[in-house]
Write a protein that binds this ligand. Structure first.
Ligand code: SF4
Ligand code: SF4
Length: 358
C-alpha cells in the first residue's frame, strides 16, 4: 500500500525557543524537503500572521530558519496570507500588513517580504478549474496561484468549523480570495438560540455585514445578509449561536478540500508542508485573544503531502492526549470528513510513514 513520508521532531513544554529552533534545523537537515525547488523559482510561504492579541501563530524565529533553508535554492521567496471575511485586523491589506509587522514578520527579521496575496482590495484572484463534487471553478489569490512553489506553514489547532485546522485548511480557505472564501462559507448561516441570548451585543458589533439585529431584545441573524463567516459563533460569550452542523459541516469541509486541490494545481511537485503542533488551542488564530492551550506541545511535522501531515498530526495528538481533544472541544464537527474527502479527490494520502528525527 502506498505511504507518504512524514518527518517529525518532538518538542516539550520545557523547551526554549532556541532549543525548538535547533530541533527544527535538525528536521530540515534530515528531511531535505526543498531540494525539489528549482533554482530561483518563485516560492510562496503561506502562513497566518495571527489576529491581534493572538499568540498561537507560527513563531517568526522558526519562519526565518525555514526561509534561510529555502534561500539555498531560490532567492525569490515571500511570506503570504489572504484577507479574511470576519471583522478584525486581517480584513484589509493595509491593516493586515501592519499586523504581520507587529507580530515580527518584518523583512529585516525574517529575510523576505510580506505580500498579501489577494491584493489591496482583496479582489485579485485566478480562476482555477477542477472537477470537484462541489467546486468546478475555484478563486485562488493571485500571488499564491502565480507562484511556482508553495510552502505552507500551519499552526495545528482546533477549529470551529472543521474540528481541527492544519495544512488542508491553510491551503483551502487560507489561499482563497474573498469571493473564494464566500463560496466555501456559503450555506453556513448560523442561528441564535434566543433562550440563551443575554443581549450583550458582541455579535452585532462584530458582524462584518450587519446581518444581526435585536428582535424582541434578542439577537437575530438574517440568513439573506449573512455571509457565513462564523465569527459571531466564536465571539458569543454564552454559546447562543449555532449552525446546523448536521447539514452544513460536511459541505464546508468538502469545499475546503476541493479548494486545497485547486491551490496546488500545477504545483503538485512543488508543495511542502510544516505543521507546528505547538500551543494547540481550541480555536484558530483568527481569534482576537490569547487562547490557552488544550494539550501539551507535541512537535513539528514536515511532509510533501498535506493529507498525510494532517493525519499524522491528529493521530499523534490523540495518542499523546489519550483522547480526541478536537471532537471533545468541537462536538459535531467530525474532522475525519476533511481527511476522507481529501483522500477521495486525490489531494493526498491518509496512510503515512512517520520518521522521527532526534
Ligand atoms: S451573522 Fe453571518 S456574517 Fe455575521 S458574524 Fe455571524 S456568520 Fe458572520
Ligand atoms: S453575542 Fe450571544 S449573547 Fe451576545 S447578543 Fe449575540 S447571541 Fe446574544
Amino acid at each position: 500500500m502506498q505511504q507518504s513520508k512524514v518527518f517529525f521532531v518532538s518538542v516539550s513544554d520545557a523547551d526554549s525557543i532556541s532549543q525548538r529552533n535547533d530541533k527544527l534545523s535538525r528536521l530540515l537537515a534530515a528531511a531535505k524537503l526543498f531540494s525539489k525547488i528549482k533554482k530561483d523559482k518563485l516560492v510562496a510561504i503561506k502562513l497566518h500572521f495571527g489576529e491581534e492579541e493572538n499568540a498561537g501563530f507560527v513563531n517568526p524565529v522558526f519562519v526565518k530558519t525555514i526561509v534561510n533553508d529555502i534561500k539555498k535554492q531560490s532567492s525569490r521567496v515571500f511570506l503570504t496570507d489572504t484577507n479574511a471575511l470576519y471583522k478584525g485586523s486581517r480584513t484589509n491589506t493595509i491593516d493586515h500588513l501592519g499586523l504581520a509587522y507587529r507580530h515580527g514578520f518584518v523583512p529585516d527579521k525574517v529575510g523576505v517580504p510580506v505580500v498579501i496575496a489577494d491584493g489591496v482590495k482583496s479582489d485579485e484572484d485566478q480562476q482555477v478549474k477542477i472537477n470537484g463534487d462541489l467546486i468546478k471553478s475555484a478563486y485562488i489569490a493571485t500571488a499564491i496561484s502565480k507562484a511556482d512553489a508553495i510552502v505552507a506553514l500551519s499552526h495545528f489547532k482546533g477549529h470551529i468549523m472543521t474540528g481541527f485546522g492544519g495544512a488542508i485548511k491553510n491551503l483551502g480557505m487560507g489561499c482563497a480570495s474573498r469571493r473564494g472564501k464566500l463560496v466555501q462559507h456559503g450555506g453556513i448561516a448560523p442561528v441564535v438560540m434566543a433562550e440563551r441570548c443575554i443581549a450583550c451585543s458582541a455579535c452585532i458589533e462584530n458582524c462584518p455585514v450587519e446581518a444581526i439585529k435585536y428582535v424582541d431584545k434578542k439577537a437575530k441573524i438574517s440568513p439573506k445578509i449573512c455571509i457565513g463567516c462564523a465569527s459571531c459563533i466564536a465571539i458569543c460569550p454564552v454559546a447562543a449561536i449555532e449552525v446546523e452542523w448536521a447539514r452544513g459541516a460536511d459541505t464546508i469541509q468538502h469545499k475546503i478540500t476541493e479548494y486545497a486541490l485547486a491551490t496546488i494545481k500545477g504545483k503538485e511537485d512543488s508543495q511542502i508542508y510544516f505543521n507546528f503542533a505547538i500551543k494547540i488551542t481550541k480555536e484558530c488564530d483568527c481569534l482576537a485573544k490569547d487562547d490557552p492551550k488544550i494539550c501539551p506541545d507535541i512537535g513539528i511535522f514536515a511532509s510533501f503531502d498535506p493529507v498525510a501531515i494532517d493525519q499524522a498530526c491528529v493521530d499523534k495528538i490523540i495518542a499523546v492526549s489519550g483522547r480526541d481533544i478536537f471532537m471533545e472541544q468541537h462536538p459535531g464537527r467530525d474532522w475525519n470528513k476533511q481527511l476522507q474527502h481529501a483522500e477521495k479527490i486525490g489531494l493526498g494520502n491518509r496512510i503515512y510513514e512517520l520518521e522521527e528525527v532526534r
